[in-house]
Write a protein that binds this ligand. Structure first.
Ligand SMILES: Cc1cc2nc3c(=O)[nH]c(=O)nc-3n(C[C@H](O)[C@H](O)[C@H](O)COP(=O)(O)O)c2cc1C
Length: 150
């Protein structure tokens, strides 16, 4: 049984709602899922994960949410070998900012640098749009599911 880890970084809860929706979509297709906030993820445990979905909003000048920044710092300091990890990426941001959805790109770059392989396209929700983040998440998860076999 493939376990899908849905790992999120948030400040006001949107990314957590998206993570819950993505986990529900995978759960509905027979996957076992684990959902966790990035602040609770031990970077060295990532090396043993086969499939992860990273969900993160962007804050400040294109930075990671406050609770996710320590995870990123630890990832860059510990540099685990992530060659066994396949991951998908979902960002939340607001196009009024020049640094639109910067954080998910920061995370993606780190994961790729450490040997992980990305599955599918990076989702970039725009809070300035009329599409709720959870609607985008549902559609995106459906596409992603076609790329990941149980
Ligand atoms: C103070 C503040 C700073 C923000 N900075 C950025 C930013 O630099 N780039 C961006 O794309 N979005 C930015 N946003 C938008 C958030 O990323 C967006 O509202 C997102 O949906 C929040 O998700 P969350 O509830 O999971 O934290 C900012 C929002 C706030 C309130």
């Amino acid at each position: 049984m493939t376990v899908v880890h849905v790992l999120f970084g948030t400040e006001s809860g949107n990314a957590e709602m998206v993570a819950d929706d993505i986990a529900a979509a995978f759960g509905g297709q027979g996957f076992e899922t684990v959902t966790a906030e990035l602040t609770d993820v031990e970077v060295n445990d990532l090396a043993a994960v086969e499939i992860a979905v990273f969900v993160s909003s962007t804050y400040g000048e294109g930075g990671l949410p406050e609770t996710a920044a320590p995870f990123y710092d630890a990832l860059m300091a510990e540099r685990p070998d992530l060659t066994g990890l396949r991951f998908a990426a979902f960002g939340l941001g607001d196009s009024v900012y020049e640094t639109f959805n910067n954080a998910i790109d920061t995370l993606r770059a780190a994961l790729l640098e450490l040997g992980a392989e990305q599955i599918g396209t990076t989702a970039r929700h725009d809070a300035a749009s009329t599409t709720p983040a959870t609607d985008l998440a549902d559609a995106w998860a459906r596409d992603l599911l076609t790329l990941v076999a149980v």
